[in-house]
Ligand binder design. Structure first.
Ligand code: MIG
Length: 641
């Protein structure tokens, strides 16, 4: 008897782990997903792409919105060079939609190890999916269009995390704020210039010797009263938490973890010793229920001091070097010393020394106690950041149930979107990285990571005033809106620049948009929708929209067309239908005009933000305030189509 074909089907290969990615049980369908060939010898799934197939998804990855033409490897990696030839960043969001405009389907590869997606890279018309260890739940999702598939995918994987409302405000961060005094000064400068601000981030320097859940008493003498003082200014302090726990006698988190056996061990049962910022550390075994609960409860020392938000870093987990591999490397280098280095050995020598960080062998040398089984790390590698974040959010639900806590992470896997957001890691102050931010956002929305965003202005490298202005002009639409930069780079707090009036106008515009942003965000969260969409998802019959890679639909009412190139005073846009064009200089200074379906060149000066209102829709604006909680929701301006 032929059974009714279910909308979501699950195929099984090997012995899949219970990753926690899904919230809905789907009965197993026997065999191989239709349309795919499976080659057991190479453990590869192959699908022949139709000529007009476009491939969407994979969340946080390089290159365009249509992923066709490159190869991507899900293997969470701390690598600050986000060049367009990178195959792995910090996230593994293995959800794809394949759509030729007539028929489409989605796939989700639930496998927490390394998975390679060759999307027309080796062969232009072939999609190859190759898990390193094929213990996979392979989901196929049918739907009449991409949005319906996204909706089913989100029913399968659960509702997106919703942050507290103030987390939609603007945030200032920098790796290098070293004291309460310095942070006070940031707050003072923003308030003095009247640029709205809701959060200041505390990077690793607030800690004592980079030890999680400690505060340096000299530089932050009284955190609790400092938190209160800032909150009176309408500003929340958001500390970082790193994955590695410093090995140091007398440090309670280390000692407890060792005593209870909550850290990851090597084959021989001894604790694995990698090194990160604090120096030598142990990795908490977040995959173990008890360890996860224990670590999560540690956030309480900070929530007790009034802290209401955190960012989890280094949780791929990043490894600068491990004790064991360092020994090997030293050994090898000594061999080279004895040699007469010819040029090839010279390059080998360099490679050996450079192999220390994120060394693949290290990830194969420690274990988790996962659902009662000893599991080698590399097989479940991509779950680590997810489970760290889960550890925090579950603890907040236990320990501060009446408060909403902001939580986002660097590493992620599907399923983590129920526990927190993501930021996209260490980008660079380059125009190309602004475009990358634009192109990543819809893929993050698809996979449920709604509360997400990039480091505005760029993390590495030196930003410029015009790049910052354009990045802010786009960032005002991203749910997570944080200016962050690295130690040693040009300072980029908005008050460092000349055109502070323009920056104020743009940040105020963000605050005016908050009612719209929040309501569209909530719609996406509640209905399994997308906060930011490629045009093609709504205008699927319009062939021109297939190739629009630099315009996005934000919520249901507007389309944005950010300017992302240097020395431009405008850009070409494509309108899939007649729309009302608003050129914002500030929330109460803009021009408007109707533009017909088709191509247009629009002017948009450095301080101007182009927004298009779709037919029959409206944009609601509030009067800006210095922080989100002071926005008056009863005093709204409506700009109708
Ligand atoms: O090795 O905490 O992505 O946002 O400023 C760098 C210092 C560690 C990486 C994060 C970045 C943060 C930085 N961290």
């Amino acid at each position: 008897m032929k059974m009714k074909k279910e909308k979501i089907r699950r195929y099984e290969f090997g012995t899949p782990y219970d990753t926690g990615a899904t919230v809905k049980e789907i009965e197993r369908t026997e065999g191989v997903p239709e349309g795919f060939s499976y080659y057991p010898k190479t453990e590869t799934f192959t699908y022949v792409l139709r000529e007009r197939d476009m491939v969407f998804g994979l969340g946080e990855t390089v290159r365009g919105i249509n992923k066709r033409g490159w190869i991507y490897v899900s293997n969470n990696t701390d690598d600050p060079e986000h060049d367009e030839d990178k195959v792995s960043l910090y996230a593994s969001q293995n959800f794809l939609i394949i759509d030729d405009g007539h028929s489409c389907f989605g796939i989700f590869i639930d496998n927490p190890g390394t998975v390679t997606f060759d999307i027309g890279y080796t062969n232009d018309n072939v999609l190859n999916i190759h898990p390193e260890y094929n213990d996979t739940s392979f989901y196929v999702i049918d739907g009449k269009d991409p949005l319906e598939i996204v909706h089913s995918f989100r029913e399968l994987t659960g509702k997106s995390y919703v942050p507290p409302v103030w987390a939609f405000g603007y945030a200032q961060s920098r790796w290098g704020y070293k004291s309460a005094e310095e942070i006070r000064e940031v707050a003072r400068r923003y308030r003095e210039l009247g640029i709205p601000l809701d959060m200041i981030y505390m990077d690793i320097d607030y800690m004592k010797d980079f030890k999680d859940f400690t505060v340096d008493k000299e530089r932050f003498p009284d955190l609790e009263s400092f938190v209160r003082e800032m909150k009176e200014e309408g500003i929340r302090l958001i500390p970082i938490i790193d994955a590695g726990v410093k090995i140091e006698d007398g440090y309670d988190v280390y000692e407890e973890g060792v005593e209870k056996g909550y850290f990851c061990r090597k084959e021989d049962g001894s604790y694995f010793v990698p090194a990160v910022w604090p120096g030598k550390v142990h990795f908490p075994d977040f995959l173990n229920d008890d360890a996860r609960r224990w670590f999560g409860d540690k956030y309480k020392v900070l929530t007790d001091a009034g802290i209401e938000g955190f960012w989890n870093d280094m949780n791929e987990p990043a490894i600068f070097y491990s004790e064991d591999h360092l020994k090997e490397v030293f050994g090898q280098l000594r061999e080279f010393e004895k040699m007469d280095l010819d040029i090839w050995n010279f390059f080998r020598y360099k490679d050996v020394a450079a192999s220390l960080p994120n060394y693949p062998g290290d990830y194969r040398s420690f274990y988790h106690d996962f659902n009662g089984k000893k599991v080698r790390h590399d097989r479940v590698h991509n779950l680590y950041g997810f489970y760290m974040t889960r550890s925090a959010t579950e603890a907040f639900e236990r320990n501060v149930p009446d408060k909403k806590i902001l939580m986002f992470s660097r590493a992620s896997y599907i399923g983590m979107h129920r526990y927190g957001g993501v930021w996209t890691g260490d980008n660079t102050s380059r125009w190309g990285h602004l475009l990358m931010n634009i192109q990543m956002m819809p893929a993050l929305s698809m996979t449920g990571f709604l509360y997400s965003g990039a480091d505005i202005g760029g993390f590495g490298g030196n930003t410029t005033e015009d790049l910052m202005m354009r990045w802010v002009g786009f960032g005002i639409f991203t749910p997570l809106f944080r200016n962050h930069s690295a130690m040693g780079t040009r300072e980029q707090e908005l008050y460092r620049f000349e055109r502070t009036d323009d920056f104020r106008n743009l940040i105020e515009l963000r605050y005016s948009l908050i009612p719209y942003i929040c309501s569209e965000f909530m719609k996406a969260a509640d209905n399994g929708g997308m906060y930011m969409k490629p045009l093609f998802f709504e205008y699927r019959k319009d062939d021109r929209c297939r190739e629009v890679e630099d315009q996005l639909l934000v919520g249901d009412s507007i389309m944005i067309t950010p300017v992302y190139e240097q020395n431009k005073t405008g850009r070409y846009v494509y309108l899939p239908e007649r729309m009302k064009f608003i050129r914002f200089r500030s929330y109460d200074d803009y021009d408007e005009e109707y533009l017909a379906k088709g191509d247009h060149y629009i002017r948009a000066g450095l301080n101007e933000v182009p927004v298009f209102i779709r037919p029959g829709k409206e944009l609601v604006l509030a009067k800006p305030a210095r922080c989100v909680e002071e926005i008056d929701l009863n005093d709204l301006i409506h700009i109708r189509y």
